[in-house]
Design a protein around this ligand. Structure first.
Ligand code: PEP
Ligand code: MN
Length: 337
């Protein structure tokens, strides 16, 4: 339920109403925009009568939120959410590029790629330590040692780091990780989502291979309902009948998610295409469609990569792409700093 407050509403009278609503057991999420101030009421709102609230002199209007997602709903928070990751802002006109290898493979590899992507202007470094692989015989990531190497790359470059978590038990290992990624295959791992809701880390939540946008936003809601509102959504391609690419990038997800939610939206063109040369057109299309950021796989030697080599860009290719990304971001009125 949304309570829209009158512009000139008396502060003390607002406080009295807020006290009453809290006493009724509601969590109140305040959202103050340039022209509107509203409270999002989360809880069992069936116990409250709309007209009782409307009759209050500080209340302009009352609206019911029909959608099952409340905290992630744009109606509850009309302004875009801006998330600050150690000084790197994303959302609300701030654009970020996350780049790095699919998997951390060695100290030399991760540090070299980190330095290269930093030079090209990436704002965050990615690298998988715990890898969700289709085959149990494929490289599973360097795991604990991978996290250690990623933190060394963070120390060497100053870039905030993004890496995937596969189980809540690992959360304590992620203490110095800046952004915790929930991979596509874990989008509905509700135990993991609940655990992330209890921590204060930014979560990059990837859309599942065959999940609807509402299911994606509901997964974000799980994290937010636990108290962690720092969630970034990531569209990374979905399963369709098309087989000429690894997945199909759902560009429509960007404007639709923008309407549904206030959370930042990142596009991962690398996993969407699975093909190196397609990363550029998809990345630029994503910016044009309104994305707040990109996540791109870059490897110093894609031919010998232990995971996702065919979709990984070389540092040189990424550098060229970054020039186009920067121009496109600026053309669409966003900032990359
Ligand atoms: C990844 O980012 O390396 C990854 C495994 O992505 P996804 O979960 O989207 O497949
Ligand atoms: Mn990958």
């Amino acid at each position: 339920m949304i309570v829209i407050l009158k512009q000139e509403a008396d502060k003390e009278k607002k406080a009295v109403l807020k006290g009453k609503l809290k006493a009724l057991g509601f969590d109140i999420h305040e959202s103050k925009g340039r022209e509107t101030e509203l409270w999002g009421l989360v809880g069992d709102t069936s116990i409250i009568d709309d007209d009782y609230l409307r009759a209050n002199e500080v209340v302009e209007d009352v609206k019911r939120v029909q959608e099952p997602y409340k905290m992630a709903n744009r109606k509850m928070h009309p302004e875009d959410t801006v998330i600050d990751i150690r000084g790197r802002k994303i959302g609300g006109g701030h654009f970020q590029v996350i780049a790095g290898p699919c998997s951390i493979e060695s100290k030399e590899q991760i540090i070299e790629v980190a330095e290269d992507v930093k030079k090209s202007g990436a704002g965050l470094l990615r690298g998988g330590a715990f890898k969700p692989r289709t085959s149990p015989y494929s490289f599973q990531g360097l795991q604990n040692n991978g996290l250690k190497l990623l933190l060394e790359a963070k120390a060497a470059t100053g870039l905030p780091v993004v890496t995937e978590i596969m189980t809540p038990e690992h959360l304590e290992l992620f203490e110095d990780i800046d952004v915790v990624q929930v991979g596509a295959r874990n989008m509905q791992n509700f135990q993991l989502l609940k655990a992330l809701g209890k921590c204060d880390k930014t979560v990059l939540l990837k859309r599942g291979l065959a999940n609807t946008l509402e299911e994606l936003v509901m997964s974000a809601e799980y994290i937010m309902a636990g108290g962690n509102e720092n969630v970034i959504l990531c569209e990374r391609g979905i399963r369709t009948f098309e087989t000429s690419m690894r997945n199909t990038l759902d560009i429509s997800a960007i404007p639709m998610l923008r309407k549904m939610t206030h959370l930042p939206i990142v596009i991962d063109p690398s996993h969407a295409a699975g093909i190196r040369w397609m990363v550029e057109p998809l990345a630029l299309a994503a910016i044009a469609a309104g994305a707040d950021g990109l996540m791109i796989e870059v490897h110093n030697d894609p031919e010998s990569a232990l995971c996702d080599g065919p979709q990984s860009m070389t540092p040189e290719g990424f550098d060229e792409l970054m020039k186009k990304i920067r121009k496109t971001v600026e053309f669409f009125g966003k900032t990359m700093d």
